[in-house]
Design a protein around this ligand. Structure first.
Ligand SMILES: Nc1ncnc2c1ncn2[C@@H]1O[C@H](COP(=O)(O)OP(=O)(O)OP(=O)(O)O)[C@@H](O)[C@H]1O
Length: 380
């Protein structure tokens, strides 16, 4: 989807709500519009599904200008989720979800099957929820129904306007996780509006940072925005704590891990001992035939031993996954029994090790990059 110099001026003067907006929204990605109240996020969304018409410019979906698509047809191909779900209170959950399929003339059986399928997809048990009314549901459950309704006719595009804005922080985080999980399978093209920086960083493949009135100041990936904000405005909008946020964005597998020596359990104890001597840190990891960590051994476990390492040493306790965020890894390390913890990648194979010192090095290099960026900006 592509927005080309899209402008919206409302009658009554003042600067246009949206000004010559250019935005490329790649298929299958989540693009977040992030900005303060009144910067034109909702107006942009409403132009995409033609609830309002641009004053000038063009919106191209697929190969076609949205102007050339009948608005009703267009809206059936674009799911819309808004804050507080916007469900019809006098209709059951099933009837709410079934709206678009009904308009499309699906038969009753197909609709009923689709409703149950969608309820299951968004984590609501069909038998419990399909005949319920929205007011009997919690905010989080209503929002789930809102997502189910938007997905009913399997639209390729989803517009989500502050969908989790009215939820408590815990429910909000859970729904964010579920959305990302769903997106792994569905790969919809999603435009997601929020004014919450952390939500944007977590959800977005790309983020468009918007500024009043109605324009984009930076369009980049979350990591780029954090490490290289385009200007003072973006930096201020991100606020303090960029380093902590980077910990949340960075995956364990992205940093330089500790290369602890390792050997298979059938390796000769004398060879492992020699390797320990060369490495100098005094311990090694023993793995099974699939490179999965089994035990820690120290030099004294191997002293005088001949033949395979076998069951020498102590079993490995905690392990970390390479997809874990640095923040979660830090938390796990603080609670771990040993100072150093193996990191495993695909099929739980050994990928390196992590200690507080390794994390600290990673933080240091993040900080160094930040410092360098600041110096660069001051020079220009
Ligand atoms: N129907 C309208 N008539 C006149 N002005 C409008 C209309 N809709 C929006 N505006 C104005 O356009 C600007 C952008 O509004 P918009 O709702 O798109 O911002 P937003 O970024 O979504 O803000 P919020 O986060 O508060 O929803 C605001 O100044 C708003 O007052």
């Amino acid at each position: 989807m592509e927005l080309r110099k899209v402008t919206k001026a409302f009658p009554g003067g003042g600067p246009p709500a949206v000004q010559e907006l250019d935005l490329h929204i790649p298929a299958g990605e989540i693009v977040v519009l992030l900005g303060p109240s009144g910067c034109g996020k909702t107006t942009t969304m409403r132009m995409i599904n033609r609830l309002i018409e641009p004053t000038s410019g063009d919106i191209v979906i697929g190969e076609q200008s949205s102007r050339d698509i009948d608005p009703d047809r267009l809206r059936r191909h674009i799911g819309y989720v808004i804050q507080q779900a916007g469900l019809f209170p006098h209709m059951t959950v099933a009837a709410n979800i079934a709206q678009v399929p009904k308009m499309l003339g699906w038969d009753r059986r197909r609709i009923a099957e689709r409703v149950d399928e969608l309820l299951t997809l968004v984590g609501l048990e069909p038998d419990t929820y399909r005949d319920n009314y929205p007011r009997r549901l919690s905010g989080g459950q209503q929002q789930r129904v809102g997502v189910a309704r938007a997905l009913a006719a399997d639209p390729p595009v989803l517009l989500m306007d502050e969908p989790f804005g009215a939820l408590d922080p815990i429910t909000r985080e859970r729904l964010q996780d579920e959305l990302l999980h769903l997106q792994d399978d569905l790969a919809k093209t999603i435009v997601f509006v929020t004014h919450d920086v952390d939500e944007a960083l977590k959800i977005g493949d790309h983020i468009a940072v918007m500024q009043r009135p109605g324009h984009i100041v930076q369009y980049a990936t979350p990591a780029e925005i954090l490490t290289n904000p385009a200007n003072e405005y973006v930096e201020q909008f991100l606020g303090a704590g960029s380093s902590m946020r980077l910990l949340r964005l960075t995956k364990v597998g992205d940093i330089d891990l500790d290369r602890v020596p390792y050997a298979a359990e059938d390796a000769d104890a004398r060879d492992v001992l020699a390797e320990l001597g060369r490495d100098g840190r005094g311990y090694a990891l023993i793995t099974d035939g699939m490179h999965r960590p089994l035990r820690w051994v120290t030099a004294s476990d191997l002293e005088g031993k001949e033949g395979p390492v076998g069951t020498a040493g102590d079993p490995v306790g905690d392990m970390l996954g390479h997809r874990m965020t640095l923040q979660d890894a830090l938390e796990a390390l603080l609670n771990a029994e040993s100072e150093i913890v193996p990191v495993v990648g695909r099929r739980r194979a050994y990928a390196g090790a992590l200690s507080l010192a390794t994390v600290q090095n990673a933080i240091q290099s993040i900080k160094a990059r930040e410092h360098e960026r600041r110096m660069r900006r001051e020079r220009t």
